[in-house]
Design a protein around this ligand. Structure first.
Ligand code: ZN
Length: 687
């Protein structure tokens, strides 16, 4: 799983929190985090922090893995729809060769369409899956094609017109509507023409039933297209010599080179196994590869390369191709190590009932990584975390790697600086200053506490089924981890460990957390709808519970001036969160943590339902409308994606790499056209 389902949310929530760094840093730092904006998209850049400090061998390894990450690009385009590669070739030819007025409305609309197609790796929205409707006419495109250099378009362009223009043709990339044939109604190219959902489900059910080792099933169907030939269903496997073989062979070349500069023998063996799997397409080899990959933790450099996530297949089996090259963020990893080393102290001192505490508590040393190159389904729209492999038994028996991608989160935060969000929603300058100074540090730290300690803390009472909370289980679990983080981020222990700069810093997190939970996360909810997503429910629960309980903890008849710890106030017709008493707020977080832990440990379904339904689901329509209107006025792009850096190598006369430099600043259209030239690996039609 990558945190992709999460990623939009996190992108937004980090943008919403709009935490930003100290002013001094901004003055010396002229890196452009934000780039161009079009349609509902904002292009960003990320910085590969710490690349300079790597050894030449590591830099060279990253260069090779980056090439491998970019080389699978065409595979994803073809997976997203069988006409995509041809449409891309057509649009790019028009874009470069058009001789008419490039300032005309038609050409501008054409350019926006092309940029959206580039962004989505196909003609359907990357997130909503709906087909884009061009804002230029068929006549315009027909005329523009006349300008294209003869011989460039080697295919029947007429066939593409209804695919581009007719809204009824292939309207959805991945259809999830209950009751329809999800395969026949999805444009994604994971199943050949005429294959029905029933046929595909039966085909794979038969395979699973025949599995000789059902406790260790392979990832059935993951790396193939299921087609019907002469009435017979068969898999066309994506491997060397098979479907997508031309692209895979070129990926293998880069992996072979990477192997020569691997950091250790285990890493070289991982690369070897991946190559073997790409050559054979054998899914048992794939499982072995993922086990070796999980167990290789010594190297600083790491990667994902291959058919990985199945969100694009309506049946959730077939995996889209993605690639990332990355390395450990050593400073951040130190941070999580400190927390893990003190896991028992945190467990012993938490405000929950002793019966629910772990006698022996081990923290998870969550790894923070720096992305060095994004490819395939991680580009340009990306995940901010990766948790792999996806095979359940491999995870249970061999573990998984869970990483957050620090430099991408950082880029979202930096790009959100100065977008007006804080000025609109934060109550006053003093609070904004607090957030500016400590927001980044405390946001990261809250995530670390949540991931390394929160999820791992506490225990179920004997005999309690882990699934007792049913549909409320994940929201309660997220609330537990968040509350653990909120309670402890204010602990003097963190100052002692050198993790927070001083005893005031945590206040920035308290403010942004409540502002998000009570107000700003509502921008992702349609008017009239209620909150459904687990993380959002958790934040609403925490914030609303604290707000309600803060009000009742001021006893009636208290002396004048007694205010609740938190309240929502009105100023000039706008609602703001006001925090009056931070230590009292911490005590409330502690109380709720104790209650949420009790609900979890006892498997108290009714208790969970009460908490979530009372505090986590409902939206105050008046406040919601106000927040939506204020957010809309800021005119921020809802989706974001990244332009990659470039790696420039120097070689000696024998072809050995003697230096790898990183370069930023390539324009979005330039990068896309360059990729289409450099990484065109597949024929335009892949039957
Ligand atoms: Zn979590």
């Amino acid at each position: 799983m990558n945190f992709k389902t999460l990623s939009l949310m996190c992108m937004l929530s980090t943008a919403l929190l709009a935490v930003s760094c100290g002013e001094q840093k901004q003055a010396t730092d002229d890196f452009q985090y934000s780039d161009e904006r079009f349609a509902d998209l904002q292009m960003l850049r990320y910085r590969v922090e710490g690349f300079e400090n790597l050894s030449l061998r590591q830099k060279t390894l990253i260069y090779y893995l980056s090439e491998a990450a970019l080389t699978g690009r065409d595979i994803l385009w073809d997976q997203n729809g069988r006409y995509n590669l041809r449409i891309r070739a057509l649009l790019e030819a028009v874009y470069t060769d058009y001789k008419g007025d490039r300032e005309s409305e038609d050409f501008k609309n054409f350019t926006v369409y092309l940029k959206r197609v580039w962004f989505s790796n196909g003609i359907h929205h990357h997130y909503g899956c709906d087909k884009f409707q061009p804002a230029f006419s068929e006549d315009f495109l027909r005329a523009a094609i006349q300008d294209v250099e003869p011989g460039k378009l080697t295919f029947d362009v007429e066939e593409l017109f209804p695919v581009i223009f007719d809204p009824t043709v292939l309207p959805k990339r991945t259809n999830q509507a209950d009751g329809e044939d999800l395969i026949l109604t999805s444009a994604a190219n994971y199943y050949g023409p005429g294959v029905t959902q029933q046929e595909a489900e039966d085909f794979y059910l038969r395979m699973k039933e025949a599995d000789p080792d059902p406790a260790h099933p392979i990832m059935y169907g993951m790396n193939s297209r299921l087609v019907k030939e002469n009435g017979q269903l068969q898999e066309k496997v994506w491997r060397s010599g098979g479907l997508y073989g031309q692209a895979i062979d070129r990926i293998i070349l880069w992996l072979e080179k990477a192997k020569t500069v691997a950091e250790n023998d285990k890493q070289a063996a991982v690369l070897d196994r991946l190559i073997e799997y790409y050559r054979t397409g054998d899914l048992h080899t794939f499982d072995t590869y993922t086990i070796q990959w999980v167990e290789e933790t010594e190297g600083d450099v790491d990667f994902t390369n291959g058919f990985t996530e199945s969100y694009g297949d309506p049946l959730g089996m077939k995996a889209s191709w993605e690639g990332i090259a990355n390395f450990k963020d050593l400073a951040a990893t130190e941070r999580t190590k400190k927390l893990s080393a003190n896991a028992q102290w945190f467990e012993d001192n938490s405000p929950v009932d002793k019966r629910f505490k772990k006698a022996e508590c081990k923290g998870i040393s969550a790894k923070v990584i720096v992305a060095a190159m994004l490819g395939g389904d991680l580009y340009p729209s990306t995940a901010i975390g990766i948790n792999l492999p996806n095979s359940n038994w491999v995870r249970a028996e061999h573990g998984s790697k869970s990483v957050t991608i620090g430099n991408l989160t950082d880029a979202y935060n930096k790009a959100a600086r100065g977008n007006g969000f804080q000025e609109e929603f934060v109550i006053d300058q003093a609070t904004r200053d607090l957030i500016n100074e400590y927001g980044d540090v405390c946001d990261d730290l809250h995530t670390d506490l949540h991931e390394c300690l929160g999820h791992g803390s506490g225990k179920l009472l004997p005999g309690i089924d882990a699934d007792s909370l049913k549909a409320y289980g994940s929201a309660i679990e997220e609330a537990r981890a968040d509350l653990f983080g909120l309670y402890y981020i204010a602990a003097p222990k963190l100052v002692e460990l050198g993790l927070t700069p001083n005893a005031e810093a945590y206040k920035s997190q308290y403010y942004t957390y409540l502002m998000n939970g009570l107000m700003t996360q509502l921008v992702r909810i349609e008017p009239g709808a209620s909150i459904e997503e687990a993380h959002m429910r958790n934040r609403a629960l925490v914030a609303n519970w604290v707000l309600a309980h803060a009000a009742v903890t001021v006893p009636e008849g208290s002396p004048e001036g007694s205010t609740p710890a938190v309240s929502l106030i009105q100023r000039d017709g706008k609602t703001y969160v006001q925090i009056n008493d931070y230590p009292a707020l911490r005590a409330l977080f502690g109380q709720l943590l104790a209650e949420v832990q009790r609900v979890k440990s006892e498997g108290d379904f009714e208790g969970a339902r009460h908490l979530i339904e009372t505090y986590g689901v409902k939206v105050n329509p008046k406040l919601h409308a106000e927040v939506l209107a204020r957010y809309k006025a800021l005119d921020l792009a809802p989706y974001k994606g990244f332009i990659n850096p470039e790696y420039i190598i120097t070689e000696d006369k024998d072809g050995n790499i003697t230096d790898v430099q990183i370069r930023y600043g390539e324009a979005y259209d330039h990068q896309m056209l360059r990729y289409s030239q450099q990484y065109s690996t597949l024929p335009l039609v892949n039957e």
